[in-house]
Design a protein around this ligand. Structure first.
Ligand code: DGJ
Length: 561
């Protein structure tokens, strides 16, 4: 017997009978160039924590996990609801796991993103119920290059698609019944890191579909978006003569890369179908997460929603709003850029909470830095370290998440406006020897990074104090001549295109008191290198102000000739 309470009673308890107006379900809206998630009529920045895979596997464990995530300043928990627990017996749904998760999230005042682990998770089918996995005749598997069945369900299995779709639709319908008024669940992920550990399925059905014509909808998209496709797809199409019709091999080539496009169509069609049915039951924003492409297709799950084939997913799975990177790569900036497009806002459902396997100082606490770049440079909707619950309360990640969360009203206000920019030093510091001021000499236009905002150029110098002390943060032009700067390991001076001199009229430390940012200390003297620079930390030789980590400063500038 499983450990969840009887579903019907709990559903009734969760489903408020109140008469208040139902808020519009969470949805996306454009603000300038940004796409934002709107929850209860307000933009919402997801400071998330994705729990370990089995942490929603019992109510007690989930309760403890969510409790910890709240202490780490997550406002949203991303956690699995699994097909095997939802439909342990064919045709009988048990919503106990989901009900418990919703109740736990509510009692901790956090939002929830449900991860639907159905037909596939990490390329295989371990979360399909045993009655599916046992029956290889009714629920056929993909075949490897030698024609042998693999453990993963085949995208050609109509029976598994139908059963998964029915279960997912039941989940969404139930969610609507218990949560339409409260909006605890704000988004749903459909499957997890799908794709095949072969460049393509070699079952007889797959072979015959692969020899068939590329669907007209995909051809029409390629033709309409010629020159604007993902560089990978554009190159494949170009290398194979930019044909306007033909078989998969004719249009995309007889290579593993060509196979991947075919598999992307297969997975996206299967998942798009399930997603559309679920969305019809309850219209929540849906997304699919990607195991990043690295090496050749098959070494990474072939056909998943990675940056190379996002276009294919856009055509085949319109009910999936976002292809989201599980961003465990060291080249965070490059990868993030490939997923951020006008039709695909940046949404990071998983990223290193910390470095588990490489003890390089340069990579330590990378989430604590990367979050600023994601929300300020890319207008990200979500940043969620994986296994966040394992991090220390009050540690670097917790400190950054709290700060970004406290700044979220202003971040959300300026997303998409062209008046906010992220700062993220990716190269190693150029020197490790401390200088008296703690920063390099801030002079004129010498800088590591120039940011043009509000008629000024902010010249950002990276700290050279230690190799593990890379610069990160954000800068916002909050009003004419006014800037908010948040981060650490940096020094900022300004120049103007029209005036010879720029001076600091005022520099204020900002502190968060009772839910609002207010002036703390007026900064001057050593803390600003005699009024010449905004520097964080303010003064490394102050052994009374020993707080470490990111700080926030507000400056007002003046200019003269
Ligand atoms: C990526 C997967 O999507 C997660 O579910 C989890 O397995 C992590 N990898 C951890 O390794």
């Amino acid at each position: 017997m499983h450990r969840y309470p009887a579903t019907a009673l709990l559903a009734a308890a969760l489903c408020c009978a109140c008469t208040t107006a139902i808020a519009k379900a969470p949805h996306f809206e454009k603000q300038g160039t940004a796409t934002q998630l709107i929850v209860e009529d307000k933009p919402f920045l997801i400071i998330g924590g994705q729990v370990h895979n089995s942490s929603s596997g019992s109510p007690e464990y989930f309760e403890r996990t969510v409790d910890k995530l709240v202490q780490l300043h997550a406002n949203t928990v991303l956690a699995p609801v699994t097909w095997e627990l939802l439909e342990p017996t064919e045709g009988t749904y048990d919503f106990g796991q989901l009900d418990d998760m919703v109740r736990t999230a509510r009692s901790h005042r956090v939002r929830l993103i449900v991860l639907w682990f159905g037909s596939w998770k990490n390329g295989v089918s371990q979360y399909a119920p045993a009655w599916v996995r046992r029956d290889t005749v009714r629920f056929p598997r993909a075949h490897d290059a030698n024609g042998r069945p693999m453990s993963a369900l085949s995208t050609f299995s109509e029976n598994s698609r139908t059963a998964d779709k029915a279960a997912f639709t039941a989940l969404m319908k139930h969610l609507r019944a218990i949560d339409e008024q409260e909006n605890t669940v704000i988004m749903v992920q459909v499957q997890n890191e799908v794709g095949l550990f072969e460049s393509r399925d070699h079952s007889p059905e797959a072979d015959s579909a692969f020899a068939g014509q590329v669907p007209q909808a995909l051809m029409d998209y390629l033709i309409a978006n010629k020159g604007h496709l993902t560089p990978h797809l554009e190159a494949l199409w170009q290398q194979n003569g930019r044909k306007e019709r033909g078989s998969w091999a004719e249009v995309f080539g007889s290579t593993k890369d060509g196979d991947e496009v075919f598999m992307a169509w297969r997975y996206a069609s299967y998942i798009g179908d399930i997603a559309a049915a679920g969305k019809a039951a309850y219209n929540l924003p849906l997304y699919a997460n990607a195991w990043l492409a690295s090496g050749e297709p098959g070494k990474f799950p072939s056909g998943g929603p990675n940056h190379r084939v996002i276009d294919v997913w856009k055509v085949a799975a319109p009910a999936i709003s976002i292809c989201a990177p599980d961003l465990y790569a060291d080249n965070f900036k490059e990868v993030a850029a490939t997923y951020h497009r006008p039709d695909n806002p940046l949404f990071i459902p998983e990223t290193h909470a910390d470095v588990w396997y490489k003890p390089s100082a340069l990579l330590l606490h990378q989430a604590a830095r990367n979050v600023f770049w994601a929300v300020a440079h890319h207008d990200a909707i979500c940043f969620a370290p994986f296994g966040l619950e394992g991090q220390a309360v009050g540690g670097p990640i917790a400190t950054s998440l709290k700060l970004v969360s406290d700044l979220s009203p202003v971040i959300l206000q300026f997303q998409g406006s062209g008046r906010m920019e992220g700062i993220l030093q990716t190269e190693a510091s150029k020197a490790a020897a401390p200088q008296l001021e703690g920063v390099k000499e801030a002079s004129g236009t010498t800088s590591d990074c120039d940011i043009a905002l509000g008629g000024y150029v902010a010249h950002v110098l990276y700290s050279t104090v230690s190799p593990d002390d890379r610069a990160y943060g954000l800068i916002i032009n909050t009003a004419p001549d006014e800037f908010l700067i948040a981060g650490d390991g940096l020094a900022v001076t300004f120049s103007s295109a029209t005036k010879r001199e720029v001076g600091f009229a005022e520099i204020w430390e900002q502190v968060f008191v009772n839910g609002a940012w207010v002036n703390g200390r007026r900064l001057n003297g050593d803390q600003t290198n005699q009024g010449s620079v905004v520097q964080i930390p303010f003064w490394r030789w102050d052994n009374f102000d020993t707080a470490t980590g990111p700080r926030v400063v507000k400056v007002e500038l003046f200019t003269h000739d």
